[in-house]
Design a protein around this ligand. Sequence first.
Ligand code: GTP
Ligand code: SPV
Ligand code: MN
Length: 617
Amino acid sequence: ASSAPARPARSARTAHGAPPAPTGALADLAAWVDEIAALTRPDRVHWVDGSAAENDELLRQMVDEGKLIKLNPEWRPGSYLARSHPSDVARTEARTFIASRDEADAGPTNNWADPDDIRATITPLFAGSMRGRTMYVVPFSMGAVGGPLSHIGVQVTDSAYAVASIGIMTRVGAAVLDEIAAGKPWVKTVHSVGAPLEPGEADVAWPCNDEKYIVHFPDTLEVWSFGSGYGGNAILAKKCFALRIASVIGRDEGWLAEHMLLIRVIDPKGRAYHVAAAFPSACGKTNLAMLRPTIPGWRVETLGDDIAWLRPGEDGRLWAINPEAGFFGVAPGTGESTNVTAVETLWGNTIFTNVALRPDGDVWWEGLTDQPPAELTDWEGNPWTPASGRPAAHPNSRFTVRAAQCPQIAPDWDAAEGVPLDAILFGGRRATNVPLVVEATDWTHGVFIGSNISSERTAAAEGTVGELRRDPFAMLPFCGYNMGDYFAHWLKVGQKLRFDRAPRVFQVNWFRKGADGRFLWPGFGDNARVIDWIVRRLNGEAGAIDTPIGRVPRTDELDLTGLDVPQRDLDELFAVDPQSWLREADLTEEFYDTFGDRLPAALRAELEALRYRLGRR
Ligand code: GTP
Ligand code: SPV
Ligand code: MN
């Protein structure tokens, strides 16, 4: 195993040729890499420099090894299809652990593990786990390199697919080593697919292990992930670092790491507003991030589609960055009629995972076009026709593509200081009860709403699709510490904002259904009509009706020009049934009780106030 970066940081380079032995922080990094290599025993260690040539070589190698299928460059230049093992298709929440020193700090919503015990469990799994493989060392930055809200990390991994994905999703390269050399703290992340190769043993297309562990050590800022090659289990910069570990850093430093999209909305008068929105996995973040308004004069610029870091500024506003550099988006349901921006973003230079392959060497998934092609190869590599009676693409199949390739990306999406937020939306997938849009009365009520998000389960994680579960702030699988403390932290961050400059909070629900099971709201581009009302609320230009759960638009205040929603559906979209909401309040109480004394009193007071307004005295 090599012990020094193949390409030394600029600051460590001498004027004449040979790099000096790394010293200081870089030597610490090299020592750590040696330590991981000594444990995992890879055949080779490769320091990733993030160059295009390196990426090309990596992709070429994966094609040679049968790990990627090169798509027809005529239709999809620079693009590839990966097919995962059929058992490794989504995040595995049951195998995801928060190993805080104190169990109470992980809270009732996380799987807790004692840090020493779980280290003792996983260390033998990592021992020799990279035999026969290359161990890649990937230094990456979340947020612009050197930015005031940015954080850096290093992932070691034996998955070339993970390396290529991290290269798209983050900023990788030598500039990060400069930051490490300069003494900036970095997060250690270790990933192995857990499939060592014996001498002469042939590799498989998607190596992984039945046994999986995704373990976070918040006290030492480390992540160890074993056995999975998929998405958030393997691209550790994403959910593991930018949410679970970053939420802990944010708790300690006074900021928030959130599962949120980030957009700039420009109204017909040219005024710009910044909106962040937290929806659970596969509940519409990427779609709203790439919104093409159906109402004239409105424009949306994309800033981020999955994660936002929010920090109170000196000016009393809440500033936000998207720490990522790419999109890892859900493919099914992404089509010309729903998200044309995403379709255009995916013109090339994209890694697709678990979508279907067309005979002409392009890709397809349910919803890309109205009619499926006559024949396909499905995500598992089997022949498929429309008569097959099963989806051709996996429901959690995804695309990985650079943010810069999005045709409506904000010109300043990369800006280190971020943007000041005007509104925060909380949403979920709710067939009943939750209106299309509700405005919170103040920050505390907004935190109450965020803490009560519940949503029907999607295919983004293992579990029964459709089952209703609580997903506070869309962070249930991603909060790295006690969720009760997290609610308190949200309240505290609100206190740092200037009363008249804090973002206003709204709850939205694009997914309410009629008795016949049909969506009551057309969604997608028409969600701009809701944004329009929200923006007019910010400007004091639109009225609202008080209901027990918050403020809803008068239906004549919602711009429905050109839309064919019957009045009956509109009434149902905004209906607030006190009996159902009292039952929701009972469930909230049950949920709140699980936090014991870590639940902020202000939220319990909000719950009692809600019950009072609903008519229970
Ligand atoms: P993650 O990447 O898992 O965090 O998901 P996400 O929140 O970014 O969800 P995404 O935008 O990819 O949407 C997931 C699914 O919801 C897709 O199949 C979309 O077509 C569908 N969807 C998104 N927006 C709407 C909407 O306004 N109405 C309806 N009915 N479906 C929507
Ligand atoms: C999600 O599940 O919210 C995702 C996909 O964005 S993953 O990166 O796998 O977490
Ligand atoms: Mn997500």
